[in-house]
Write a new protein. Structure first.
Length: 161
């Protein structure tokens, strides 16, 4: 059963977290382009990237849930590497839910709801938001990279690599 849970955990992390990372990272580029060009193909791509990020964020909840179930079954829930991984995962979830998704929603509202050209001040603010969003998605990706390293290196584990 543990092998099955581990397989589901690893597969879910690849299948669900990977697309979030890619889509969230691509979104700011296409959002900026849509804001500058006034929509077109860039707004459609930005909308697709936003939808992927939203849908896979919900599906990605399976990764820590299955991981926690597996850790309990293996009796390692209180091991350092599991605790650190959970803390970093919570941080990544916080960045996604608290920074990335709200910024994406705001930019999508500006892209899709702009029937008239935004003022220079609004345009500047939106472009700054898109630049900050690039930073937020970078932090999100880096946090998941830390989780991967923790899962492989398992500091404090007595089982070795």
């Amino acid at each position: 059963m543990n092998k099955l849970l581990l397989s589901v955990h690893v597969a879910a992390s690849i299948i669900f977290i990977g697309p979030i990372t890619v889509a969230a990272s691509l979104f700011p580029r296409f959002a900026r382009q849509a804001l500058v060009d006034g929509g077109g193909g860039s707004s459609a791509v930005a909308a697709a990237m936003h939808r992927i990020t939203c849908v896979y964020a919900v599906l990605g909840l399976a990764v820590p849930v299955v991981g926690i179930v597996l850790a309990v079954k293996m009796g390692v829930l209180t091991d350092l590497w599991i605790v650190l991984s959970l803390v970093v995962t919570l941080g990544a979830a916080g960045v996604l839910a608290g920074l990335v998704l709200p910024a994406q929603r705001g930019l999508m509202a500006a892209i899709t709801g702009a029937s008239e050209k935004p003022s220079a001040d609004q345009d500047s603010r939106l472009l700054r938001t898109a630049r900050r969003l690039s930073m937020f998605t970078g932090v999100f990706s880096l946090l998941w990279l830390v989780v991967v390293v923790l899962m492989i290196a398992r500091p404090g584990s007595t089982t070795g690599i």
